[in-house]
Write a protein that binds this ligand. Structure first.
Ligand SMILES: [Zn+2]
Ligand SMILES: [Zn+2]
Length: 344
């Protein structure tokens, strides 16, 4: 099959013919219909993720059709499925209490197992996968497994956002846009932060109540002014020190910081602990979403309670993934890119 393989960090992915994946006994092989290009792929591409090395195939935001099913697979050939990016084992205590996104035996294609920047991907633990709604395009669906599920879990199960609260969203990439749209659905007021005015304008047109341009404004001061004393919830979607500090500093007393952005490298950064201490903030880490919550989230999307189509900006061929990754070295365009053509 054709695949985009990491050979050298910061260099174009190498389009190669590699061996077709073997079907796991406890899972399926999908013919990939679409795969999103995510900022965590960027971290891998620059050498900032331990599990992305020479020979890795990235791609963790995918959907596709089952072409082969293992003896113990839950799904069958022909099923059109979407995957959450963390595939919990289903048997351990974490999975059994419904926290499969914290499963220590979880498999994440794209990080440690071959991902979906390829024509086919092997997916073990296919009980995590759910059927793609008829009305949803594969390109849109491909963005759901990572960004939308992550944002939904962060807002609901971690920060417990309530209607009327102010939510600050730092970074308006895939996660940030999802968080904006979902927080509005929950009845919150949302202030978005970015360094690209075009992305802020887009966020405002999608319902953001206020926008702060971090390249020209003092972010915490601006948010405290806009919200009349600070946000109740602040979501950090980049994984860097500047936005993490802006996030804790823009919160009101007893506010909740939710850390969504994957920190690069060894993850250490300087954080304003005085803000956390004196305002008695809560600091939540979050990663992914337990897969059992997927059907209810898809159902809300399918019934039109939230329109996520603005998230998808462009579709690219497999050979176009490198340019998308390279573009993340600087300020990026609004919306996300999804690979839909694996033949070139
Ligand atoms: Zn992702
Ligand atoms: Zn497990």
């Amino acid at each position: 099959m054709r695949a985009a393989v990491v050979r050298e960090f910061n260099e174009d992915l190498s389009i190669e013919t590699v061996e077709d994946p073997k079907c796991p006994d406890n899972g399926v092989v999908l013919k990939v219909a679409a795969c999103g290009v995510c900022r965590s792929d960027f971290h891998g591409w620059v050498g900032g993720h331990l599990k992305v090395i020479n020979g890795s195939i990235m791609g963790h935001e995918y959907c596709g059709t089952v072409v082969e099913a293992g003896a113990q697979a839950k799904h069958k050939v022909g099923d059109k499925l979407i995957a959450p990016f963390i595939l919990g084992c289903g048997d351990c205590p974490a999975c059994q209490v419904g926290a499969s996104n914290t499963c220590e035996s979880a498999v994440v294609p794209g990080f440690g197992a071959p991902g979906a920047y390829a024509e086919f991907v092997a997916v073990p633990f296919d009980h995590n996968l759910v059927h793609l709604p008829e009305t949803m395009s594969p390109a849109l669906a491909a963005g759901l497994g990572c960004r939308v599920t992550t944002a939904w879990h962060a807002l609901t199960d971690r920060a417990n956002v309530c209607a009327g609260e102010w939510v600050a969203v730092h970074g308006t990439g895939g996660i940030g846009l999802s968080a904006l749209l979902l927080a509005k659905m929950l009845g919150a007021q949302v202030v978005v932060v970015d360094v690209v005015q075009e992305k802020l304008d887009q966020a405002l047109s999608l319902g953001a109540d206020a926008a702060v341009n971090a390249s020209t404004q003092d972010v915490p001061a601006a948010i405290i002014e806009i919200t009349g004393g600070g946000a109740q919830v602040s979501l950090e979607a980049l994984g860097i020190s500047q936005t993490t500090n802006a996030s804790v500093e823009c919160l009101a007393t007893l506010g909740r910081h939710v850390h969504v952005g994957m920190p690069a490298g060894d993850g250490r950064m300087e954080v304003n602990m005085r803000a956390i201490y004196s305002k008695q903030l809560a600091f939540y880490g979050t990663r992914g979403m337990p897969s059992w919550k997927y059907p209810s989230l898809l159902s809300m999307i399918e019934r039109g309670q939230v329109d996520l189509t603005p998230m998808l900006d462009r579709v690219v061929p497999l050979s176009g993934a490198s340019a998308e990754l390279r573009a993340m070295k600087g300020p990026t365009r609004p919306g996300t890119a999804v690979i839909t053509d694996f033949s070139k």
